[in-house]
Design a binder for this molecule. Structure first.
Ligand code: NAP
Length: 297
């Protein structure tokens, strides 16, 4: 349990309702900043302004998935007020106070370094990324079904990247009966793709592997679907680019060639906000329990 552990949840979207629920179950002392317009009421979670909190009592701060911008402002969809995490405020927290964010930003890196507070980036963790790959892949399936007139079964699908999401994508499309080829750059990934019964190729040779595909799903956060590659792709192919913005596709050239290319960010939050929230809540609560619960408690 997290009894007496004071956690400030500062901003967030619908996914954070699951985080509040979970931390509440664990009996944490929760201060909600940026939730003034939230109708739901949680016993044990007080809606407050940051100025009303004594920073010296705070053990952990939970920021939205997007972190904080250059002014320290966090996304708070349940509030009209500006919610800002300042260096001055963070400095007044105890030295053991940990800041949990989805992704990091230059501002958060700088401020946490200046005041020497630990910054935990939840979305860089393998466990969270692997759990999150499930709703991401379901969202990708939805987009492929909506934007093609063929079944996934027997379709020719190229998946770019065999990372945490690429692996789940490859296995899911393969299980649905698609002819899956996967592009990677490491020899061990080529071996793994072969072992999984799919067709491997090196991403550096991408342009030679796209002429016969129906669907291309990119997970590589680098410009790899260049004009040169797209020139080899059939115009009726569909590209779903799930890599972080701006994606890995030359969208301008794709449009010029008549290839439908969709940049599809934040799929878990769109197709399964509750599951996506639970994934964050479970990983975060495990980390908090490891950090703040003394063995034998
Ligand atoms: P990951 O595990 O790091 O996988 C990324 C893959 O890209 C790896 O296979 C990596 O290969 C490869 N790669 C990176 N740079 C490359 C380059 N320059 N050339 C060739 N290959 C390269 O990441 P992930 O968790 O699967 O996420 C993939 C992307 O999707 C990220 O941008 C992430 O932010 C995004 N994402 C989006 C959603 C959504 O809803 N749209 C959801 C989850 C994740 P190596 O292993 O060889 O380095």
């Amino acid at each position: 349990m997290l009894t007496d552990v004071h956690i400030v949840i500062m901003g967030g979207d619908a996914r954070y309702l699951e985080v509040i629920r979970k931390l509440n179950e664990l009996d944490a002392k929760i201060s909600l900043v940026g939730f003034d317009q939230l109708d739901q009421y949680f016993t044990g979670a007080a809606k407050v302004d940051l100025e009303d909190i004594n920073p010296a009592t705070v053990d952990a701060i939970v920021l939205p998935v997007s972190g904080a911008n250059e002014e320290g402002v966090v996304e708070a969809i349940f509030s009209d007020h500006v919610v800002r995490l300042t260096e001055e405020w963070l400095e007044k927290t105890p030295e053991h106070c940990i800041v949990y964010t989805g992704i990091s930003t230059p501002y958060l890196e700088r401020v946490s370094r200046h005041v020497n507070r630990e910054l935990v980036k939840l979305f860089e963790r393998d466990d969270l990324a692997i759990y999150n790959s499930v709703p991401t892949v379901e969202g990708t399936l939805m987009l492929v079904i909506q934007n093609t007139d063929i079944t996934i079964h027997q379709s020719r699908v190229a998946i770019l990247g065999l990372g945490r999401t690429g692996m789940t994508l490859a296995r899911t499309f393969h299980a649905l009966g698609a002819h899956v080829k996967v592009g990677a750059r490491k020899r061990e990934h080529i071996a793994r793709i072969t072992e999984m019964g799919m067709t491997p190729f090196y991403i550096k040779d991408l342009e030679h592997h796209v002429s016969d595909i129906d669907v291309c799903i990119n997970t590589v956060p680098a410009k790899i679907l260049t004009g040169r590659v797209l020139a080899h792709m059939p115009p009726q192919a569909l590209i779903v680019d799930i890599a972080s913005k701006p994606g890995g596709t030359d969208f301008r050239y794709a449009e010029k060639r008549g290839i439908k290319a969709i940049l599809a960010p934040s799929l878990p939050g769109i197709v399964a906000p509750k599951t996506a929230g639970r994934i964050i809540a479970n990983v975060l609560s495990e980390l908090l329990l490891e950090e703040f619960v003394v063995e034998g408690d």
